[in-house]
Design a protein around this ligand. Structure first.
Ligand SMILES: C[S@@+](CC[C@H](N)C(=O)[O-])C[C@H]1O[C@@H](n2cnc3c(N)ncnc32)[C@H](O)[C@@H]1O
Length: 199
């Protein structure tokens, strides 16, 4: 962890600068597992479209999406839920270093929290690790296709229950978790990033 006085004004300049908030082993996971800064800004702008929005990052890792959102959209609150304790602790450290008062991190499985209080959700294909033998973040959790299917079905049902107007951003999603009541309203040119609003 670097000196916070130095980092605060500089860490949002580019991905390398932001990743410097974390130890080297976390920096090395960045390209594959943490949202790029420009994508985080675009997604957060859509989700925090009015002041006072409560946005949840499902599978928040080391907190990159939430911290970028919190910095650029200070009138909304960005919550993250992360199953891996080590990553959660790095998110808390980065929050302290950046003094991001409107970012809140929770440790646990997203199935353990009430999703009904949020206005918007960010989802960077958090469950995909269950479908591949390569590029795992670590071996601290179990991986299985059945776990992927369970999480997708669970999130699908929770999203179905949300109020009309609820916003969702997916990044690199296979869309197995997106119910048909969510309509795409915008997307990146490569279609990796999609913005959805519930009818
Ligand atoms: C691709 S990373 C994205 C991290 C962060 N959202 C970002 O964009 O920088 C997905 C994260 O989701 C977490 N995750 C996967 N399944 C989860 C679950 N059921 N509950 C909570 N976190 C989960 C993983 O541990 C991993 O840290």
């Amino acid at each position: 962890m670097q000196n916070s006085t130095y980092l605060k004004p500089n860490c949002y300049v580019n991905d390398a600068a932001f990743d410097w908030l974390y130890p080297e082993k976390i920096q090395q996971l960045s390209r594959r597992h943490w949202t790029p800064l420009s994508i985080a800004k675009t997604a957060a702008r859509f989700l925090a479209h009015q002041p006072g929005k409560k946005v949840l990052d499902i599978g928040s890792g080391v907190g990159k999406f939430c911290l970028v959102g919190a910095r650029f959209f200070p009138e909304s609150t960005f919550y993250g839920i992360e199953q891996r304790l080590e990553l959660h602790k790095y998110a808390l450290e980065a929050k302290a270093a950046t003094q991001a008062h409107n970012a809140c991190f929770m440790h646990g499985n997203f199935t353990q929290i009430d999703l009904s209080g949020f206005d918007g959700f960010y989802f960077y294909n958090a469950f995909f690790e269950n479908l591949t033998d390569e590029d795992h973040i670590d071996n601290q959790v179990e991986f299985a296709t059945s776990i992927y299917n369970y999480y997708c079905r669970y999130l699908f049902r929770e999203l179905e229950k949300t109020a009309s107007g609820t916003r969702l951003v997916t990044f690199h999603s296979l869309e197995d978790e997106v119910p048909p009541c969510f309509q795409i309203v915008d997307a990146s040119a490569d279609l990796m990033l999609k913005m959805w609003i519930r009818r």
